[in-house]
Design a protein. Structure first.
Length: 59
């Protein structure tokens, strides 16, 4: 019977490192895709609010 405990520990460490690296890439505050998505969403929301505000006619 083989002892796979050492191999399992190494595999878990590699998976944990991979998850951390993916999070760092996605959440990069300077050019990450999450930042770009949030900025795009906020900009479109602000543009929509401005458009609606400009169409309202106050009497």
């Amino acid at each position: 019977m083989k002892n796979n405990k050492g191999q399992n520990v190494v595999e878990y460490i590699l998976v944990a490192v991979a998850v951390v690296l993916v999070c760092l890439v996605l959440l990069n505050p300077q050019s990450g895709p999450v930042k770009k998505s949030v900025e795009t969403t906020l900009n479109s929301t602000v543009d929509s609010i401005n458009s609606i505000a400009n169409t309202i006619q106050f009497q």
